[in-house]
Design a protein around this ligand. Sequence first.
Ligand SMILES: Nc1nc2c(ncn2[C@@H]2O[C@H](COP(=O)(O)OP(=O)(O)OP(=O)(O)O)[C@@H](O)[C@H]2O)c(=O)[nH]1
Ligand SMILES: [Mg+2]
Ligand SMILES: [Zn+2]
Length: 296
Amino acid sequence: MSPPALAGTVVAAFGRSYDVELADGSVLSCFPRGKRSEIACGDQVRISRTSDNQGVIDAVDPRSTLFYRSDAWRQKLIAANVTQIVVVLAASPSYYEDLLTRCLVAAEQAGIRGLIILNKCDLDVAAALDSLRLYEQLGYTLLPLTAATDVAPLRPHLAGHTSVLVGQSGMGKSTIINGLVPAARAATAEISAVLDSGKHTTTHARLYRLDADSRIIDSPGMQEFGLHHLRVDDFDQAFVEFRPLIGRCRFANCRHLSEPDCAIVAAVDRGDVNPRRLASYRRMVEERLRSEGTKR
Ligand SMILES: Nc1nc2c(ncn2[C@@H]2O[C@H](COP(=O)(O)OP(=O)(O)OP(=O)(O)O)[C@@H](O)[C@H]2O)c(=O)[nH]1
Ligand SMILES: [Mg+2]
Ligand SMILES: [Zn+2]
């Protein structure tokens, strides 16, 4: 007779092996039973113990949410069962607005709320802050932070959530983790001023407990965020300010590219929609149309 399955949470995802925390707080190093592993940090799993500190993952429980990116070939799972995506930006190294937009689009598509942190506010961030006000107008919370000295302003935003920190390398995600959970001692590293980039210090996602009902996941820095899992027709819904306008264009299947009498173009002309948002929407849709090779 086989031993009963144990329930646990994936607290670290190394690609092949996973650290699974059991209800009693013990952590087992586990491998998935199948060859292909589609398991993410934050997953609830069923395991069989194979030794004191090892186990096999037999099954993954249904997820409430799954946050991932994708290219034409594969998906890259980032975190499972999260209720909030925290995009971490800084003025140094400089952040890419396109990556921010893509993170928010993926979050909207997955039905997860997004929060934006502008970190390193001890440096000159006036221009960045100014530019990011746009997202506040769209309804996203924009939180200026200096994680190196004080993460307290972030705490109330994390209460009751399972959050995942995402963003480019060097923005200060792991520094935030260390501020919130001093015992974490997550590795952080100096950025390269020459390359204006981080050094990809964090190599795998890891979950930390903040209190009984709040958890936070650190993730490796990313340079791009593929949205291959979205269909062309999904994108307009993921731009929150477009939603009330969808269905008001002359053509029911308007893609808001060059069709006449487009309600979103009209809203840009009226000043109700920021032209930066329409431009990034169009870049994404045109990229998807190219990769599909279908031009309608
Ligand atoms: N000036 C300043 N530097 C900061 C602040 N927060 C983090 N840093 C520095 O930024 C650098 C990168 O920080 P990390 O926390 O390693 O960045 P990360 O986002 O985890 O990077 P990856 O793990 O590579 O994705 C480190 O040298 C930190 O000390 C801040 O509030 N102010
Ligand atoms: Mg890191
Ligand atoms: Zn339109």
